[in-house]
Design a protein around this ligand. Structure first.
Ligand code: PAF
Length: 534
């Protein structure tokens, strides 16, 4: 069974026009998790993808309820923008939402949403720093209007999750920040841009275009893709990349609002493409303002998962790597394999000189077996199962604490990571091995929870199981050793997100890890194996 199950499309949605009707529907579905897709209507295939994604349920859990809102928000339009003529077609929207798997559609009037009137309304003002580039500078007040209405919608709907397109990357970034800063109890999910066959990003505003304008509009994605190809051939300077896009847009007769290269998370302008960069453009094409972007990355992403012993890192890291299409680098297995070898030689794991002598010339290999499981080899011996024994478990901390061991294995891991594209787990991945990893997670659980898991694991593998009290003591001691050792001690990297997994099923942990990864690496930059709609 996969991680997700798909929902059948349905023929109708429940239409809710008032806050009272929404509250009554909300009461009826109490107990289900609620996934929300806020829109301004004129729904298209891009919205359908958001709704389908919202309707996915994790294997083993109940299907969520899906609510779509349609509200053309006057607060986010400038005085000379297209608020009055923005396309409105509720019947078609309801049909598309139903077919994509929505349960209900909330379509309030302006009076219903803002009964106190726009003038007297409390506003949400996201940080200026995130609004100084891209659409924020061309459309003053736009993101204040978006943030205000989205917060109002969140308060009325009280969703568990809300889905937004990566197409409006600046909007998604700003809303994530608003949710984090205000501590709103909703998880945001971004979904990759859906494009027409010729590459034009789906947008409600595409329907304003005449046939000729529509033909010209395709220059926007083509210019950006061409720049992405130039970047792929090694160009890093902003000027030639931006100049190429601007020239292509102008040649196609599009009126350029901006072409910018910015850091993907701070949105600060870049002179050189580095890390994850966003190359974005906005143009006027006849009556429509069109935006689009590409992400530029110099290598596939690296995910660093650190945490104490027994937090369940290896199981979830392996599954995460598979789901994201990344290679799994089990650094713990490398330390365990060395420990096994040292013990086999009868050497003392606590003696650095003895360990150093067995470290020299050691042939340590991690390989994917035919079933996708990782196999571990040391000097020609397959030790995949043996390195999980209690004997190795109790000695591995001492071996891993020696400076010579850390240096040698860190070097090996960094060499493996030069080309990127991997998920590594261990104790010092985000701090020492891959400090420039795109996504860092500190995966942990309480000592009691880890002892319970360890007992279950040992029993399943047929090893003797000590008492829980004994296991708790061992785990606490291991934590102490790991976090106080001189070289690369176990500690959370400053830029890591903490995930405490007590009481979480494995699928829920993997889902949470994917969400953390997606906050740092959009689907458009690294698609991985996305759950597509059925
Ligand atoms: O992306 C949109 O359609 C709108 O900006 C949103 C998020 C629905 C707020 O009005």
């Amino acid at each position: 069974m996969g991680l997700f199950t798909f929902r059948e499309s349905r023929s109708t949605v429940e239409l809710l026009h008032s806050r009272v009707a929404l509250a009554a529907w909300r009461r009826r579905i109490a107990g289900s998790s609620l996934h929300f897709v806020p829109t301004m209507g004129a729904l298209h295939a891009g919205h359908a993808r958001l709704i389908e994604r919202a309707a996915l349920s994790m294997a083993g859990s109940l299907a969520p309820r899906v609510l779509v809102s349609v509200f053309v928000n006057p607060l986010q339009f400038g005085p000379h923008e297209d608020f009055e003529r923005y396309p409105r077609d509720l019947e078609a929207d309801a049909a598309l939402a139903a077919a994509a798997g929505a349960d209900a559609l909330f379509a309030p009037s302006v009076g219903e949403m803002v009964p106190q009137g726009a003038e007297g309304l409390t506003r949400v003002q996201p940080p200026r720093a995130l609004q100084q580039s891209l659409c924020g500078s061309s459309r003053p007040g736009h993101f204040d209007g978006v943030a205000t209405v989205v917060c109002r919608l969140f308060a009325l709907v009280r969703p568990d999750r809300a889905f937004f397109g990566e197409k409006d990357w600046q909007q998604l970034l700003i809303l994530r920040r608003v949710v984090a800063d205000l501590g709103l109890p909703v998880a945001l999910r971004g979904v990759a841009t859906v494009r027409e066959a010729d590459g034009l990003a789906r947008s409600s505003r595409n329907r304003y275009l005449s046939a000729e304008q529509r033909r010209g509009a395709v220059a926007l994605p083509r210019a950006l893709q061409a720049a992405q190809a130039v970047h792929g051939r090694g160009e890093r300077e902003a000027e030639p990349l931006l100049g190429g896009v601007r020239a292509a847009l102008e040649r196609a007769g599009l009126c350029v609002d901006y072409v910018q290269l910015v850091e993907a998370h701070t949105l600060k302008p870049l002179h050189r493409a580095q890390g994850l960069a966003l190359l974005a453009a906005a143009v006027q094409c006849g009556p429509s303002r069109l935006i689009d972007h590409v992400f530029l990355m110099s290598r596939p992403p690296i995910v660093a998962i650190d945490g104490p012993a027994g937090a369940g890192k290896s199981t979830v890291t392996r599954a995460l790597a598979r789901q994201l299409g990344l290679v799994y680098l089990d650094t713990g297995a490398m330390y365990r394999a060395l420990t096994w070898w040292v013990q086999r030689q009868g050497a003392d794991p606590a003696d650095p000189a003895a360990v150093a002598s067995w470290l020299e010339g050691i042939d340590l290999r991690l390989e994917a077996g035919p079933d996708g499981e990782q196999r571990v080899w040391v000097n020609g011996h397959e030790v995949t199962a043996a390195i999980r024994s209690l004997e190795v478990t109790v000695a591995v901390s001492a071996v891993a604490a020696h400076a010579c061991v850390r240096e040698a294995l860190t070097r090996q891991q960094q060499a493996l990571g030069l080309r990127g594209g991997l998920v590594a787990e261990g104790r010092d991945i985000g701090t020492a091995v891959f400090p420039d990893a795109e996504c860092k997670v500190f995966l942990t659980a309480t000592v009691a929870e880890r002892a319970r898991r360890r007992a279950r694991d040992l029993a399943e593998r047929g090893f003797p199981v000590p008492s829980l009290a004994e296991l708790e003591e061992q785990i606490a001691e291991r934590d102490r050793l790991d976090s106080t050792r001189e070289v690369a001690p176990l500690r959370q990297a400053e830029d890591a997100s903490e995930l405490v997994t007590d009481g979480m099923a494995i699928e829920a942990v993997i889902d949470a890890l994917v969400a953390l990864f997606r906050e740092r690496v959009p689907e458009e930059a690294w698609p991985g194996l996305q759950p597509e709609s059925a």
